[in-house]
Design a protein around this ligand. Structure first.
Ligand code: MGD
Ligand code: MGD
Ligand code: SF4
Ligand code: MO
Length: 701
């Protein structure tokens, strides 16, 4: 593999194999980058890395194509009269500084918003905290991220129930329940670990409307109607409580509200739950018995498939109750937490002026028991920009996101960005979002910056830390952290950014640990860090107000929410909204991942694109037949908000009556059909996976 002659990418380390952590999707697989003759020769998986043990997925193997892509832009640009003009970083920083000063002077700091996408979150805790440090000093509380639609709902549900967020200990589990997750596409190292556990004899239950790779290997596949997961979990709890196959000692000593739970689940007998979920009662019983009696058992839960519903938080709470009362918490092969890398304080939240948008409506999204997540609910952003209510948002900086494609209600998001006085985007490519902004700032890829990958414990129950090292320099691209540091200095906040380099800043962050950047470089590839907390609650209790698992949540009750989870139907449901279902008879779930892409990324990489050249909607043959639709045909998919053209993938692999559509495709953008209205009353998550739609042949009225 030779150096791409047209590219302006330089290798900046001597010939050797540099170990790092992949950042092309959320999981951080150990990767070896081979530098030979001053060029990036190839990448291989790091066999010594505890997560992936040498495996890389197709994206990981395509890293060279991604970094060297011809679509990359590696210099700043300014858009004037509809044309992009190349500018220097000096000019770019001056423009940002001047605009930000003027916004602050005329409207106050909160009129600047920052929207953070997945890749910045993947930079680890320190990356996000350094960005937010800038916002604190500037004074704006209005930081939003894709956590308004992803992951946070699940974390909040677990904190409210057990006080912490555990991960599945897959390798030691006897029963694994994969719930709303297609790991072979969205988390290949997890898929591998499940496959291995199953080969060793673990039992597998899969809850998914589609026959995924995991479902095809499962002992029990619960093919659920989207949006009814809460009912299924309550049905399983009903069986477990009635048959007294829960962990009695644990329930007696370590939970509050068991009697209320017993009453709460009484109505969810398997027959009633069959009607709601479309899953046979007998399968619900079998799954409940297997999970409760053949432990240790763990739940591998999708990161957003249970959350983007009207009952998002309660769904995850029901799952937490399920693994808690069956005695699977802090247990080898169950659900475990690990100790964390405690970085020195980076944020200065006391400097922030007020609280972000969305706090009033969704206080538990912002903080729980004084434990602050600290972001605003991003579903408020576009409406506030367009209405100026409750106050104007004048400027927006978008850091590693493509909200015009990936956030709900693309049309509204587009109008909102177009209406801003100032908008800047930091990215690698000219995305549909970047096209609308005033300023383009070129971002470094993970091979072009130094950062910590410190989340293996939280996500995989693997206490480990890996350093991502700077190996390349691409033109004038800067890492996100470098940009925020330099902007801070340019705006006169130098005293708050005393570090001469990102490495120096990381050493500050690590100063409360035995680690340093140098030490991590010496152990390039990573270091075990911290411990798995097995049996931890027996020593420390649970970090909830009661010190126990809160089956009954007083916190939720006080805020007017259900203290015991119950099932609520989607506002778009054939069961409760018959009028709408007459016009739109099919259930729509969006955002199923494919292994080749990350959200809207990598469509420009031929070796990935050729495996999946276009977006397709999965439809069961019975459903397709009733609309006279053939496999491979172009169809119109529509609902009351919008319509898209997409190819039909007619397949037995999906429940009849359900349509599954991926997100991230510019030309078949499903977010033209979604709404940014908050659906979950507790977290403000939108409705992306239990909607109604209809389909027709293209050309037919
Ligand atoms: N290749 C790739 N990997 C990714 C990503 C990517 O874009 N591409 N994105 C990353 C990110 S940020 C995230 S959040 C995760 C997402 O990861 P996941 O949330 O695990 O998403 P998927 O792997 O698509 O699995 C979701 C599964 O849920 C099913 N499903 C849909 N609706 C429902 C429902 O109502 N109930 C139930 N039980 N199941 C339902 C779908 O059929 C699908 O098989 O993936 C991460 N990994
Ligand atoms: N309908 C529907 N919509 C969804 C979902 C769904 O299931 N259904 N899933 C949602 C979920 S879970 C998520 S997490 C969001 C993801 O939403 P986004 O985070 O907006 O997703 P990406 O398309 O990955 O956008 C990331 C952008 O950052 C750029 N980039 C890559 N690396 C870097 C970097 O290091 N620095 C900078 N500055 N830029 C970088 C990429 O080129 C890309 O344009 O999508 C959500 N959208
Ligand atoms: S699963 Fe693939 S893209 Fe994700 S971190 Fe691992 S190798 Fe990289
Ligand atoms: Mo996500």
């Amino acid at each position: 593999m030779g150096h791409n002659e047209e590219s302006d990418i330089r290798v900046c380390v001597p010939d050797r194999i540099v170990k790092t952590a992949c950042e092309l999707c959320p999981w951080g697989c150990g990767m070896e980058v081979h530098i030979k003759n001053g060029e990036l020769e190839k990448v291989t998986g790091n066999r010594e890395h505890p997560l992936n043990e040498g495996f890389l997925c197709p994206k990981g193997h395509a890293v060279r194509d991604i970094v060297y892509s011809k679509e990359r832009i590696t210099h700043p640009m300014k858009r004037e009269n509809g044309e992009w003009r190349r500018i220097t970083w000096d000019e770019a920083l001056d423009i940002c500084a001047e605009k930000l000063h003027s916004i602050k002077d005329t409207h106050g700091p909160r009129s600047l918003a920052v929207a953070i996408g997945m890749p910045v979150l993947l930079g680890g805790n320190t990356t996000v905290s350094f960005l937010r440090r800038f916002c604190d000093i500037y004074g704006t509380p209005n930081c939003f991220s894709v956590e308004s639609i992803c992951f946070r709902c699940r974390i909040a549900a677990n904190i409210l129930t057990i006080g912490k967020f555990p991960a599945a200990d897959i390798p030691s589990a006897k029963t694994i329940m994969v719930w709303g997750n297609n790991p072979h596409a969205s988390s290949p190292p997890t898929g591998k670990r499940i496959d291995r556990a199953v080969r060793k004899g673990a039992r597998l239950i899969v809850v998914d409307p589609r026959k995924t790779a995991a479902a095809n290997k499962a002992d029990i596949h619960l093919q659920i109607r989207p949006g009814t997961d809460g009912a299924l979990a309550l049905g399983m709890l009903n069986v477990i409580i009635n048959e007294e196959i829960y962990d009695r000692d644990f329930v007696t000593n370590w939970t509050v509200g068991f009697d209320e739970l017993r009453k709460g689940v009484a109505g969810y007998d398997p027959k009633s739950v069959e009607k709601i979920t479309w899953i046979p009662a007998e399968s619900i019983q079998r799954a409940a018995r297997l999970f409760a009696t053949d432990g240790p058992s763990c739940i591998v839960q999708g990161t957003n498939s249970l959350d983007q519903h009207v009952n998002g938080l309660q769904n995850s709470r029901a799952l937490a109750i399920l693994f808690a009362i069956t005695g699977n918490l802090d247990r080898v092969g169950g659900m475990v937490t690990t100790s964390r890398v405690h970085i020195s304080p980076i944020r200065i939240p006391e400097k922030m002026e007020g609280k972000p948008l969305g706090v009033d409506k969704f206080p538990l999204f912002y903080e729980i028991w004084g434990r602050s997540f600290g972001e605003g609910q991003g579903m408020e952003l576009a409406d506030t920009i367009l209405s100026g209510n409750p106050y104007p948002i004048i400027g927006l900086i978008i850091a590693a996101s493509n909200p015009v494609v990936t956030w709900p209600n693309s049309d509204k998001m587009k109008k909102a960005i177009e209406s801003l006085e100032f908008s800047a985007v930091m990215d690698m490519r000219m995305t549909p979002t970047a096209r609308l902004c005033n300023l383009f700032l070129p971002a470094a890829t993970f091979l072009e910056r130094t950062e910590l990958c410190d989340y293996y414990g939280t996500l995989h129950a693997v206490p480990f830390i890996t350093l991502r090292q700077k190996i390349l320099q691409a033109g004038e691209a800067k890492s996100d952290v470098e940009f925020w540091f330099e902007l801070g200095k340019r705006m006169g906040y130098g005293e708050f950014f005393p570090w001469n380099s990102v490495e120096e800043a990381l050493d500050y962050a690590l100063s409360s640990t035995p680690l340093t950047v140098e030490k991590l470089k010496e152990h390039s590839g990573g270091l075990p860090y911290g411990e798995r907390r097995i049996g931890y609650y027996k020593e420390k209790g649970f970090p909830t107000p009661s010190g126990k698992v809160e089956l009954f949540s007083k916190t939720l009750e006080e805020l007017g929410h259900d203290p015991i989870p119950c099932h609520r139907e989607s506002p778009e449901s054939p069961m409760t909204n018959e009028d709408m279902a007459r016009d739109y008879p099919l259930i729509l779930t969006t955002g199923a991942r494919s292994v080749e892409f990350l959200h809207s990324e990598y469509r420009d990489i031929p070796r990935l694109r050729k495996k999946r050249p276009e977006a397709t909607a999965q439809i069961h043959p019975d459903t397709a037949g009733s609309f006279s639709i053939q496999d491979g045909e172009e169809i119109i998919l529509e609902n009351k908000r919008g319509s898209i053209t997409i190819k039909a993938n007619v397949t037995e692999d999906i429940l009849p009556g359900v349509v599954s559509v991926p997100h991230g495709w510019e030309d078949s953008n499903i977010n033209l059909m979604t709404d940014n209205t908050s659906a979950d009353p507790i977290t403000g998550f939108p409705l992306l996976k239990s909607l109604l739609c209809r389909i027709r042949k293209k050309g037919n009225p």
